[in-house]
Design a protein around this ligand. Structure first.
Ligand code: ATP
Length: 235
């Protein structure tokens, strides 16, 4: 579904991604783990076209997207849930969800999907007329995920969904990520610093260090890999 071939991404003279190659098949949950500044967010930004790569190629369902505008990439079926949520604080929950569906014209489908996300996160249904900015951090994360779902993506990119949230909320959100993957057949690309959590929910994983992929394996094998345990699982 998604293929990165030798992707090189720069911020000015700083090379943040060095020869990054990876692939994601339809229906998978893939995680990218790594420490602060490794290049995880930049990988997502390059896929979305926000920080386009200077070298290499990115294909989404065989179509080259490395030179494509971000809005065109969204219209192909890739939605991002950015780090820090970035919901619209002065718009209500419902209006935030409408924003996620702004490229769609199928009114019935939009209505159906809104009911689906309210089923996933009943608290959002209760707060549907409240401004997004009045929600708790966990609720805002739920809203950010729901807003991305409203685009009916084939591939959803999640950047650090656990950041700053209480463990019980994180558990709930990760359960829902699994459910979305299973029920909607949405392919998931999950960037996380919380490697333990991410590897428990993912099928496969990639490890990134200093802008390079240094290891890839099944999530199960990565969880028991001695180097991963030491560097990322605190064991
Ligand atoms: P974190 O978990 O802290 O978000 P990360 O793995 O997502 O880390 P990136 O944010 O992708 O890492 O950063 C990769 C490298 O690119 C780092 O060295 C970072 O300092 C640099 N970088 C990121 N954004 C910019 C920017 N806008 N301008 C210049 N350098 C940047």
């Amino acid at each position: 579904m998604l293929k990165l071939n030798n992707v090189q991404t720069f911020y000015g003279n700083i090379q943040a991604l060095k020869d990054v190659s990876m692939h994601i098949s339809e229906g998978e949950i893939i995680t990218l783990i790594g420490s602060n500044g490794a290049g995880k967010t930049t990988t997502l930004m390059s896929i979305c076209g926000i920080v386009p790569p200077m070298g290499g190629e990115i294909y989404f369902t065989e179509e080259p997207i490395h030179d494509m505008r971000p809005d065109k990439i969204v219209s192909l079926g890739i939605s991002q849930v950015p780090e820090g949520r970035h919901i619209f604080p002065f718009l209500t929950v419902t209006e935030n969800l409408d924003m996620g569906a702004f490229l769609r014209k199928d009114r019935d489908g939009i209505k159906e999907d809104m009911e689906y996300v309210f089923g996933l996160f009943p608290i959002l249904s209760e707060r549907r007329n409240q401004p997004g900015g009045t929600l708790s951090g966990g609720e805002q994360q739920m809203l950010a995920i729901s807003r991305a779902l409203m685009a009916r993506p084939r591939l959803m990119l999640l950047d650090e969904p656990s950041l700053g949230l209480a463990p019980i909320i994180v558990k709930q959100i990760f359960g829902i990520i699994r459910k979305i993957n299973a029920e909607q057949n949405t392919t998931i690309f999950l960037v996380e610093q919380n490697a333990n959590l991410a590897l428990k929910v993912a099928h496969r994983g990639y490890v990134m260090e200093n802008g390079r992929i240094t290891l890839t394996d099944s999530a199960e094998n990565l969880l028991s890999n001695e180097a991963v345990k030491k560097a990322y699982l605190g064991l």
